[in-house]
Design a protein around this ligand. Structure first.
Ligand code: 6PG
Length: 480
């Protein structure tokens, strides 16, 4: 038994994670894959690495020192359960099974409860950063027991991305499914970020007529400022790319139907369950759905729209779009953190928001300078009622609001869809409104269903006798 950590599942993510682990001082990595050729390939391609290849689960278990710690890197779903069952058969109480896939956190909660009874620890872990992150340093979001983190923590810290201040982008997020929950919200925010950038691109392209290569320059400039992030950086790269075959910008050759593996939709589904308005993320998920509704889109092609008029001052418009993008991004993150707070309350996790922002500063797909600002905002005021109310973000929203409104007006006027920009602005306006028309909705509910309402001027629950003499009566709240 010479390995201190094992990896099961050696497709690209698993192999890269195993290589990352093996490259760190002090780690010896047991590796196992269902079909042995992947194991052979990995080990022979990296003779320098501290690998211990195993060709059966028994061998795998025997090669690990106790407590045995193994990270499963297989497609989320049924495959995960099959591997877990194999490991349960050869592991002992005190050992640790880590699921590093994009599992649904509900599954993780169930698995953790089931496996806990055997005395083995089960840790659902979010890992972000794609293939490159797995190899060179991802952002890691482990859940599971505090006890398991004592063993696992130092191993994960050895491979996690390092933020500029040198700290590792990993923390014990919370118990059982907390890690996968937070990874899910990370992905939801990733969707929102990507959609906002895509809307900014579409607005500039259609509003100013600039080419993708010219817009790439705009994004490169933005990447020097407060929007600086991995996603802005790769956006410039994608826009600059020319298709070798047609010599057209690659972005004009790619079919405009966005795929999705489901984590964005989960984020929204859970937000609906929790009653948290994650409008930015929801618009991003729906925008992908709309893009993929090929039949309807082609049937709708003739629908009338406004005649396009280019903006007068392209530079001023681009600056407006930049500000609108930053403001909408603040809203999307604020909403995402609201979902984390609500999920933590519902599932009994002690999630530290500042810590989440801290471990998202490097390694993950949404990595950005912005996350350092978020971490600082939570450090200054851990119980902020909403992230967007932190002084820095509040000031930015207030100073961006005029530009933001101009952009949304322009989008509507020109018929350029900007659902995430528009809904984020609507959320901002909703949140800051003294009075909302929800009062009218309550009146309607009371009218047709006697659902009752409360009053602004006195306590109690009331109902108007709508089909009688329309006097008001004090009532017990209705249960239907
Ligand atoms: C990450 C990513 C990753 C995710 C892809 C694809 O954090 O490294 O979030 O986990 O699987 O981004 O997601 P979609 O296919 O749903 O866009």
């Amino acid at each position: 038994a010479s390995a201190n950590i094992g990896v099961v599942g050696l497709a690209v993510m698993g192999s890269n994670l195993a290589r990352n682990l093996a490259s760190r001082e002090g780690n010896t990595v047991a590796v196992f894959n269902r079909s042995r050729y992947r194991t052979d390939e990995l080990v022979s391609a990296h003779p320098e690495a501290q690998f211990v290849p195993a060709f059966s689960y028994e061998e795998f278990a025997a090669s690990l020192s106790t407590p045995r710690t193994a990270i499963i890197m297989v497609q989320a779903g049924k495959g995960t359960d099959a591997v877990i069952d194999e490991l349960l058969a050869v592991f002992e109480p005190g050992d640790i099974i880590v699921d590093g896939g994009n599992a649904n956190f509900h599954d993780t909660i169930e698995r953790e409860a089931r496996i806990r009874e055997t005395g083995i620890h089960f840790v659902g872990t979010g890992i972000s950063g794609g293939e490159e992150g797995a190899l060179n340093g991802p952002s890691i979001m482990p859940g599971g027991s505090v006890r398991s983190y004592e063993t696992l923590g130092p191993i994960l810290e050895s491979i996690a991305a390092r933020a500029e201040d040198g700290t590792a982008c990993v923390t014990h997020v919370g118990t059982d499914g907390a890690g996968h929950f937070v990874k899910m919200v990370h992905n939801g925010i990733e969707y929102a970020d990507m959609q906002l950038i895509a809307e900014a691109y579409a607005l500039i392209r259609r509003g100013t007529g600039k080419t993708p290569a010219e817009i790439a320059e705009v994004f490169s400039v933005w990447n020097q400022g407060e929007l600086s992030s991995y996603l802005i950086e790769i956006t410039a790269e994608v826009l600059r790319q020319v298709d070798a075959e047609t010599e057209l910008p690659l972005v004009d050759v790619i079919l405009d139907q966005a795929g999705a593996k489901g984590t964005g939709a989960w984020t929204v589904q859970n937000a609906l369950d929790l009653g948290v308005p994650v409008t930015g993320i929801a618009e991003a998920v729906f925008a992908r759905s709309l893009s993929s509704a090929a039949g309807q889109r082609s049937a709708a092609k003739g629908l009338a729209g406004p005649s396009a008029v280019a903006v007068d001052d392209a530079d001023a418009f681009i600056e407006d779009v930049r500000q609108a993008l930053f403001a909408s991004k603040i809203v999307a993150y604020s909403q995402g953190f609201d979902e984390i707070v609500a999920g933590a309350a519902k599932y009994g996790w002690d999630v530290k928001k500042g810590e989440i922002a801290r471990i998202w500063r490097a390694g993950c797909i949404i990595r950005a300078q912005f996350l350092d600002t978020i971490a600082k905002a939570y450090a200054a005021e851990p119980e902020l009622p909403a992230l967007l109310l932190a002084p820095y973000f509040r000031e930015h929203l207030e100073s961006a609001q005029d530009a933001w409104r101009r952009v949304v007006i322009q989008a509507a006027g020109q018929g350029i869809p900007a659902p995430a920009f528009s809904s984020s602005l609507a959320y901002y306006d909703g949140l800051r409104s003294d009075r909302l028309p929800a009062a009218l909705v309550q009146g309607q509910r009371d009218f047709f269903g006697a659902h009752t309402y409360k009053r602004v001027d006195k306590p109690g629950t009331f109902h108007t006798l709508w089909s009688g003499d329309r006097t008001e009566v004090a009532q017990e709240p209705s249960t239907h």
